[in-house]
Design a protein around this ligand. Sequence first.
Ligand SMILES: C[S@@+](CC[C@H](N)C(=O)[O-])C[C@H]1O[C@@H](n2cnc3c(N)ncnc32)[C@H](O)[C@@H]1O
Length: 280
Amino acid sequence: MNHPLFEIVTTTLGVVSIRNKELNEIMHNPVGPWAEANALYVTQSDLRERLMKDLDTELVIFDVGLGAAANALAALHCAKETPGARPLRIVSFERELELLRYALKHAAQFAHFAGFTEAIETLLDKGEWSEGKISWELRHGDFRKLIENEKYKPHLIFFDPYSSKVNREMWSVECFKSLRAKSREAADGGTMLYTYSQATPVRVAILAGGFYLGHGHASGPKEETTIAASVLSDLEKPMGATWFGRWERSHLQIPFECAPEKAGPMRDFVRQHPQFRPRS
Ligand SMILES: C[S@@+](CC[C@H](N)C(=O)[O-])C[C@H]1O[C@@H](n2cnc3c(N)ncnc32)[C@H](O)[C@@H]1O
């Protein structure tokens, strides 16, 4: 039977994904959920290596926008395939669980569900699932409210809402500030944030939220994505003079939600930011 909101589609690269009919957005388009989850979130974050470090301390991941769980499951597959890994806690935020229920019904079409259908049923039913040293918790509701009372501090953030065209509130300075408030400082291991967006207004919102900016790997047609960090020295490829020069020439210099009267101070903030004014 047709679902009113979702449908299974094949992307231009021939990969099975899910389209939200109301928003007309295909998830992880065009590379597909499994490839993007692994490339952008698991590989970029060096998850396997991180799981083999600091073996007595729990590694905490915030999975913002659980959706059809590709990113969370890619992390879980990685943990299961890493013998001797340290404890892992994934905290997934999602306001609309219908997408996951829909994907679960079509689990056979998605490689990432293999071996985890019962885990997802338990997560949906009880709000948590655990096995051995792995814990997975669901925060059901609006991320912007839930984050205020979140008790864990993430080492890694997989930031994957819908695009800023249709999910603008999630790409705001306020939203990144709330994540930065829960982030770790250098002494506590630092926090890294990974996202598929490369939009300049999004990057400025992340910067104004209190993170430093770095270049992320390419994904499908995007020549690069974004990695942010609470600690500048944790970025392998921090943005520098080249990005700053492009930003100066861009006609999209401020976050999407920034009011016209706040545009000047926001531009000054970027121009004076220590990341782009290195001490000589
Ligand atoms: C692109 S999908 C996520 C795909 C997912 N990460 C995956 O791996 O399958 C975006 C998700 O973000 C969720 N979302 C958007 N805004 C939200 C909010 N304010 N609070 C919680 N979830 C939100 C949407 O409901 C949607 O499921």
